[in-house]
Design a protein. Structure first.
Length: 181
């Protein structure tokens, strides 16, 4: 019998980490500090350290890491899905032409999640919450889309950071039993 998807996820972590580090390094020279792109409405939402510590890179196409190649065929189809943006730790990639304050807001929610959970725990939480769900039902996406809607409608009052951190912790708690170490 083959190993559980959770065990394979954990085994794939070093490869995914390495792929992300290389991808970020390959595009670093094209990065722009988020604080240079953010307009006042966005600047008001996040601490200055987050905005100054986040790098934005525009690319012709944005995709998930090729997780199908890392012993996770269950995610191979998802990895082909074209995206408007994706966040890796403190760098996010956006599709050229799709840039907007709203998209930057969404990806900054993910930056806060990465920082709160830590690198490996973010990846495990994100991937484990994809199993049996649609992409938008992943709680790490659901909160990002929900807050993005409030941001677009001008209904976001105060900083969303606490809400992002609380929901990220509960997304991790809902799957942490599958990763005993
Ligand atoms: Zn997202």
């Amino acid at each position: 019998m083959s190993e559980s998807i959770y065990a394979r996820l954990q085994q794939a972590l070093p490869s995914i980490r390495e792929w992300i580090a290389q991808f970020v390094a390959d595009h670093r020279e094209n990065g722009v500090q988020l604080s240079a792109l953010a307009e006042p409405a966005l600047l008001r939402c996040f601490p200055v350290e987050v905005l100054a510590g986040t790098t934005v890179v525009a690319l012709p196409e944005v995709r998930f890491p090729p997780v199908g190649e890392f012993g996770l065929p269950e995610f191979a189809q998802m990895a082909e899905m074209p995206l408007a943006g994706i966040t890796f730790d403190t760098t996010f990639f956006v599709k050229a032409g799709a840039q907007s304050q709203s998209l930057y807001f969404h990806e900054t929610v993910h930056v806060v999640q990465w920082e709160h959970l830590g690198f490996d725990r973010f990846l495990l939480t994100y991937a484990a919450n994809m199993i049996g769900r649609e992409y938008v039902q992943n709680p790490l996406e659901a909160i990002a889309y929900s807050l993005q809607g409030e941001f677009e409608a001008g209904k976001l009052s105060g900083s969303p950071v606490d809400r992002i951190q609380t929901s990220a912790s509960s997304a991790w708690s809902s799957v942490s039993e599958f990763f005993p170490s």
